[in-house]
Design a protein around this ligand. Structure first.
Ligand SMILES: [Zn+2]
Length: 103
């Protein structure tokens, strides 16, 4: 079985066709908000019980799941025709959605 284009499903024949690989990295970011202004009321500090509850929650989470939520890389294979169209409009939703592979 030959690899195929993830958009048009055309076979990409090794030794004859060029296969283009697109990698899309999606990472979580938490940008800080604006600095507090004068008169800002701050929340009460967390109690020891609240801190222990947060630590227990973190300890119960699966590390793999946490990492998957923070960063994922999608890899898509494209044929020559779809490669050109993709570069013209990479965010276009007019084509079929690719069957991206996750790393
Ligand atoms: Zn294609």
């Amino acid at each position: 079985m030959f690899p195929s284009c993830d958009l048009c499903r055309a076979e990409i024949l090794p030794g004859r066709d060029i296969r283009y690989e697109v990698s899309i990295r999606v990472r979580a970011h938490c940008d800080p908000g604006p600095p507090p202004g004068p008169g800002t009321e701050f929340a009460e500090p967390a109690s020891p019980e609240e801190i222990q509850g947060a630590l227990d929650l973190i300890g119960s989470l699966d590390v793999g799941e946490i990492l998957e939520r923070l960063q994922r890389t999608l890899r898509v294979s494209l044929c020559a025709a779809c490669h050109g169209a993709y570069l013209q409009a990479p965010h276009s939703g007019s084509r079929a959605r690719p069957a991206a592979r996750l790393d």
